[in-house]
Ligand binder design. Structure first.
Ligand code: ARG
Length: 466
């Protein structure tokens, strides 16, 4: 990619060419900011149209400029464009090629503009588009979860705290927990779009310009709500990138927790789910194995995304206003995180839709570990009027009794239970099964299948509007 033919073969005494080559290497961003080519060209066309409209450049020059820029767009898309590291970044690569194509008129494009507002507008456009496509990807993931939740609204599984069986829940309810998480991510994405939807173009280097430009016109042409209101902030602000990275980090954390659950659920010991062949791999030495690599990689990628957030935070924290070249570091962090996040969401959507749920294994596990003990205590409170603390104590003794007999709570006879409290009757068995346990939890947002279905309806309606 570097076109520097004279660069140093050695260091040492060859000082004249050495530092220049290093300077080029540290300075050039074209290796990564070429990703901004379409935003850069759109920004330049909008800028040139405004300059012509305001009489700052002639209509003929504008049409040459626009024609040249469209040619460059086609060249880049066809892969015939030669990027040069010596020209530093995407902005200068495009402008230099424009000069080759249309001659001196190219030099008029940069009137009333600086690379500082140019890169700010390009990057905002890129992040905005990435946020909008992330919103669509999240909607697909949520839809996958809603389908699984519907299918399994009444499938019982153990609910965990401390990864110890706590109380029975339904798999549908567990899926809906992820719907809540990803719906919050989606709402953060929308908030961020709302906030970044201002165009910095026309802030120029940092102070604005004396040319009679129309910033609202370029803002509109580029699909922004309005122009930014302070030229210094316009070129020094990277909050939109930091926000993208924080949203991505939180979302990646959610995806990573899901990945961890899938890893656990797909072990032969749990066997709650079976991953499809398309999202697992075999072992080169152990033929019996089916590994959840995609889930593990989602979990692994999450660390990288948080790292990108930290790296840009650290870059920005000491910078005086307005632009400093340190800010060129913003792009790799965002591009890397965006690529990872897109893959993670897509992989998870595939895994969630494809995995086979083993309802029998879930049900068996749901009954283990005295998971309906709280239901027994609640029954003692509700039916016999015991204070909860006392009911807790009686239940504890019932668990000890069942444990001593190596059996389940529902297998204790009513006579045995009566030795713990004389008021206990046959009616107690109605709450000791996991099925009845989950059915009884009808409080708003609880795990009863009726509540789960209610939340599914709520989210389907809400997402249809989103
Ligand atoms: N490549 C630069 C960046 O990404 C563009 C802005 C350069 N501005 C400047 N004053 N050197 O930040």
């Amino acid at each position: 990619m570097s076109d520097d033919k004279t660069s140093n073969q050695m260091w040492g005494g060859r000082f004249a060419s050495g530092p220049a080559a290093v300077m080029e290497a540290i300075n050039a961003s074209i290796g990564f900011d070429r990703k901004l080519y379409s935003q850069d060209i759109r920004g330049s066309i909008a800028h040139s149209e405004m300059l012509a409209e305001k009489g700052i450049i002639s209509a003929e020059d504008q049409s040459r400029i626009a024609h040249g820029l469209n040619t460059i767009l086609r060249e880049i898309e066809a892969g015939t464009f030669t990027f040069s590291a010596r020209l530093e970044d995407i902005h200068m690569n495009v402008e230099a090629r424009l000069a080759e194509l249309i001659g001196p008129a190219a030099g008029r494009l940069h009137t009333a503009r600086s690379r500082n507002d140019q890169v700010a507008v390009d990057f905002r456009l890129w992040v905005k588009e990435e946020l909008l496509s992330t919103a669509e990807a999240l909607k697909r993931l949520i839809a996958a979860f809603l389908d699984r939740a519907e299918e399994h609204a009444a499938t019982v599984m153990p609910g965990f705290t401390h990864l110890q069986s706590a109380q029975p829940v339904t798999f549908g309810h567990h899926c809906m927990a992820y719907v809540e998480m990803f719906a919050r991510d989606l709402s953060r994405v929308r908030d961020a779009v709302e906030r970044l939807d201002e165009s910095p173009l026309g802030a120029a280097a940092l102070a604005g310009t004396g040319f009679p430009i129309d910033r609202s016109m370029t803002a509109r042409a580029l699909g922004f709500r309005e122009p930014t209101r302070n030229s210094i902030d316009s070129v020094s602000d990277r909050d939109f990138a930091l926000e993208f990275l924080s949203i991505a980090s939180i979302c990646a954390t959610h995806l990573s927790r899901l990945a961890e659950e899938i890893v656990i659920w797909s072990t032969p010991q749990f066997s709650f789910v079976r991953l499809s062949d398309s999202f697992s791999t075999g072992s080169s030495i152990m033929p019996q194995k089916k590994n959840p690599d995609a889930a593990e990689l989602v979990r692994g990628h999450a660390g990288r995304i948080s790292g990108c957030l930290m790296s840009l935070m650290m870059t920005m924290k000491g910078l005086p206003l307005a632009y400093s070249k340190d800010m060129q570091e913003d792009k790799e962090a965002v591009f890397d995180a965006a690529e990872a996040l897109d893959l993670m969401i897509a992989a998870m959507t595939g895994m969630v839709s494809d995995m086979t749920v083993n309802a029998d294994a879930m049900k068996r596990a749901a009954g283990a570990g005295y998971s309906t003990a709280t239901d027994l205590a609640d029954w003692l409170v509700r039916v016999l009027g015991l204070p909860f603390r006392e009911a807790h104590h009686v239940t504890g003794r019932a668990v000890a009794m069942a444990e001593a007999k190596k059996t389940g709570l529902e297998k204790l006879s009513v006579e045995e239970l009566k030795t713990l409290h004389p008021g206990i009757t046959d009616d107690v068995y109605s709450v000791l099964s996991v099925r009845n346990s989950v059915r009884s939890r009808t409080s708003f947002g609880g795990t009863a299948p009726s509540q789960v279905r209610r939340q599914i309806r709520h989210w389907r309606k809400r997402l249809a509007k989103a």
